[in-house]
Design a protein around this ligand. Structure first.
Ligand code: NAD
Length: 256
């Protein structure tokens, strides 16, 4: 049902972004994949996605830590009917040891990039008379954990930006929502395991069960397909009156 629509997914050469791109392509949307690299593998991913789903897929390099590159991504995409702000990084450390450059990078990539892409995409959506903005926030957009000051701050900010965008577009056929995943086993989560092991003085399995899935009552990781299908739902007519809000896909985390 998304045939003829173009979806731009930031940070989509791995993990959740790639999973979301797959489900949107399966629903018929043309896709713009993005990351800050420009490797053969990035373009191969685009070719593979196009072949698998019979849609047009382009890979456009843009560094989401830089405002002008965020805006340039949307310009280069041409059309942007669906915008999924997904690019994100993580760093785990107590506040007093938290490196300032990591704080700045996390705020830039996880929060400010969504402001810049949204600002560039809204005129296109208004011209097309239809649009969907989905911000991939986190359970950490609604709750907190120790040692993740920048991430939790950025994700709470994304939820705030989502509400404002929903209000500013409320009288138009444009919606903006945030999806708040619990733990998904992607490269980002995999990369947190060694630091968390150090922080809690635990082994790998213990960190997964007692730290990561401790907060997730289902005791199961969320899958990228489930998140992709949630984004597809938010693009459907059934979701036309869902705007400025959050949808948790977290195995019960935020119910605790
Ligand atoms: P990931 O590391 O697999 O993917 C992150 C993506 O962002 C990659 O494609 C990477 O290339 C891209 N990226 C990083 N820096 C970038 C930059 N400067 N410019 C452009 N792209 C950049 O991680 P993921 O788990 O798939 O995370 C995707 C999003 O989902 C993030 O916003 C993350 O905070 C959020 N999230 C993840 C989980 C989880 O458990 N994995 C839970 C909640 C929310």
């Amino acid at each position: 049902f998304l045939t003829g629509k173009t979806a731009v997914v930031t940070g989509s050469n791995s993990g959740i972004g790639l999973g979301v791109a797959h489900q949107l392509a399966a629903a018929g949307a043309d896709i713009v994949l993005n990351s800050f690299t420009d490797n053969k593998e990035d373009h191969a991913l685009a070719d593979e996605l196009a072949k698998q789903h019979g849609v047009t897929v382009r890979y456009i390099k843009a560094d989401m830590s830089k405002g002008d590159e965020c805006r340039a991504l949307i310009e280069k995409a041409g059309k942007c009917d669906i915008l999924v702000n997904n690019a994100g990084i993580q760093h785990v450390a107590p506040i007093q040891d938290f490196p300032s450059d990591k704080w700045d990078a996390i705020i830039a990539i996880n929060l400010s990039s969504a402001f810049h892409t949204t600002a560039a995409a809204l005129p296109k959506m208004r011209e097309a008379g239809w649009g969907r903005i989905v911000n991939i926030a986190s359970a950490h957009g609604l709750t907190a954990s120790p040692y993740k000051s920048a991430y939790v701050s950025a994700k709470h900010g994304v939820v705030g930006l989502t509400k404002v965008t929903g209000l500013e577009t409320a009288r138009e056929a444009i919606t903006c929502n945030a999806v708040c995943p619990g733990y998904v086993l992607t490269p980002l989560v995999e990369a947190q395991i060694p630091d968390t092991m150090k922080e809690y003085k635990m082994g790998r399995d213990e960190v997964i069960e007692k730290v990561m899935l401790e907060r997730q009552p289902s005791k199961e990781f969320v899958t990228v397909e489930q998140l992709g299908d949630t984004v597809v739902f938010l693009c459907s007519d059934a979701a036309a009156q869902i705007t400025g809000t959050t949808i948790s896909v977290d195995g019960g985390w935020t119910a605790l």
